[in-house]
Design a protein around this ligand. Structure first.
Ligand code: ATP
Length: 496
């Protein structure tokens, strides 16, 4: 795989981009000065996606900070995500740098193993983190960020792009607390697509959605049925985000993707007590099953009817004014000056593993011989659940009792990602990124799940569709396998 290089805004590069797209992505000979990893000092890992790692990096020439998204070519090819990566790049290029509410793609380049996207650094992280931190936003704050989202959607849709994966994880904050929308891998470029491609794109999207591990709560009903996605799909997601800002909760919740999808299709959600009435009215007008009936969907000039909603009474849409102060602490990540520019295997591993926050103290109690981890009376479960509320990871397990937890390296391609693994009643086997404190996924349980230790550190979890390669750095692989086996015997006795 190969991508074009250079400054994304230059005309020369635009031509190069188009040409490489149709010339099997062969790198151009003539291009603006090539960039390479050695133009940057790579610092902290800001976050990880399914196919990428995002680093804070400093341009050695200008000292400016960027977020550099690094994608392993082998992993992208193996997982057949080339289209996803090209889509993201193309959309970022189309967006250019003229709307402040989107991350800007400054450069792309590559080396033998990896692709690099140099992006605006969103210094204040994700909207989701702020909602979780504050539990919910007050109405002024909700109004302000909803207005920024509306302006962003007006611009995006004006460029004939549907985001299709709008959610609070994909809304970041810049250093001045303005939103920066990101993650365009699922986006649809409407004008480029013929009738045939359009359907193909939706089908591909659904295929991808069915295979990704992540939040499904923001998917619109039309994306779950056979109908095409449209701009109104993003209006549905807007309704979900407003609901979450006001209440701290996602409107459609459930123990599995299937249950969540059922609730979405049946428009089955409730408003918690005290939910602001005006915001509720807006949410109700956006969370409408028929796409064309959502507020704004048929506006001749988008999104006049949303702008006119009572929530925005008195708001100056030309100048929203300064953002509300939602947090006084800006997380300052300093890139030490003594680091060498560039990125190699050793640096990747060091950045992955060294810069963890103060380690949470996982329970490492050895299991008592003869006693199963699931041998618990209802009273014991209740008592332990009460204790668990002070556990940093309690919020990720949907109210289930954590039976075992610990940091485990989850291998994916050449990389090992350190994750907090949480084996719970239910049963569930969640894993959380301990750096960003984001739930990264869950190993799906069934009677066919099986754990096998290779040695004291390495163990495998087999599911019908996948083999997970795991390593417990502290050498408790056998404990993990026994715990998983106990849970399996408890829930699927016939399979044990
Ligand atoms: P997936 O591909 O699985 O949907 P994703 O889109 O979140 O995941 P990335 O775009 O690689 O994956 O981002 C991974 C994480 O890195 C994000 O969750 C976010 O916290 C962080 N991140 C991404 N872009 C930036 C940025 N421009 N500035 C600061 N942090 C960022």
């Amino acid at each position: 795989m190969s991508i074009s290089c250079g400054n994304v805004n230059s005309d020369a590069c635009q031509q190069v981009l188009v040409r490489t797209r149709y010339m099997k992505m062969t790198p151009p000979v003539e291009e603006v000065r090539k960039r390479s990893p050695s133009d940057y000092i790579f610092g902290k890992v800001l976050g990880e996606g399914s196919f990428s790692t995002v680093y804070l990096a400093k341009d050695v020439h200008t000292n400016r900070e960027y977020a550099i998204k690094v994608l392993e070519k082998a992993h992208i090819t193996r997982e057949k995500k080339t289209e996803y990566v090209m889509r993201e790049k193309e959309v970022l290029r189309l967006l250019g740098g003229s709307c402040q509410y989107f991350v800007h793609l400054y450069w792309t380049f590559q080396d033998a193993e990896r692709l690099y996207f140099v992006l605006t650094y969103a210094k204040n992280g994700e909207l989701l983190k702020q909602i979780d931190k504050h539990e919910c936003f007050n109405i002024e704050c909700t109004r302000y960020y909803t207005a920024e989202l509306v302006l962003a959607l007006e611009y995006l849709h004006g460029k004939e792009i549907v985001h299709r994966d709008l959610k609070p994880e994909n809304v970041l904050f810049d250093e001045n607390w303005h939103i920066l929308i990101t993650d365009f891998g699922s986006a649809k470029i409407v004008k480029e697509e013929t009738e045939r491609c359009d359907n193909e794109s939706d089908t591909n999207f659904r295929k991808r959605r069915n295979s990704f591990v992540g939040t499904a709560q923001f998917v619109s009903p039309e994306m779950l049925t056979d109908t095409s996605s449209s701009y109104a799909s993003d209006l549905w997601a807007l309704g979900c985000i407003v609901y979450q800002m006001v209440s701290g909760l996602m409107p459609f919740r459930g123990g599995s993707e299937y249950l969540i999808f059922q609730k979405i299709l049946n428009l089955e959600y409730e408003y918690p007590e005290g939910f602001d009435k005006i915001a509720k009215d807006l949410v109700e007008k956006l969370l409408v099953i028929v796409p064309n009936k959502r507020l704004g969907a048929i506006d001749a000039k988008p999104y006049v009817s949303i702008r006119e909603h009572e929530l925005f009474n008195g708001l100056n849409w030309v100048n929203l004014g300064p953002p509300p102060i939602i947090s006084d602490s800006i997380s300052e990540h300093i890139i030490p000056d003594h680091l060498e520019p560039g990125l190699d295997e050793e640096k990747v591993s060091r950045l992955q593993l060294d810069l963890l926050p103060p380690a949470p103290t996982p329970s490492r109690k050895k299991s008592q011989p003869g006693r199963k981890i699931t041998d618990l009376s209802p009273d014991e479960i209740k008592e332990r659940l009460d204790e668990q509320k002070t556990n940093l990871y309690h919020t990720f397990v949907g109210g289930n009792l954590i039976l075992k937890q610990g940091l485990v390296d989850k291998k994916k391609g050449l990389f090992a990602r350190r994750r907090m693994f949480l084996l719970t009643l239910g049963p569930h086997l969640y894993y959380v990124d301990p750096v960003t404190m984001v739930l990264k996924g869950e190993i799906p349980w069934s009677g066919d799940l099986r754990a096998e230790a290779k040695n004291f550190k390495i163990f495998f979890v087999y599911t019908p569709n996948r083999k997970y390669y795991l390593e417990d750095p502290e050498g408790y692989a056998l404990e993990w396998c026994k715990a998983i086996e106990d849970v399996k015997t408890h829930y699927f006795p016939e399979k044990s």
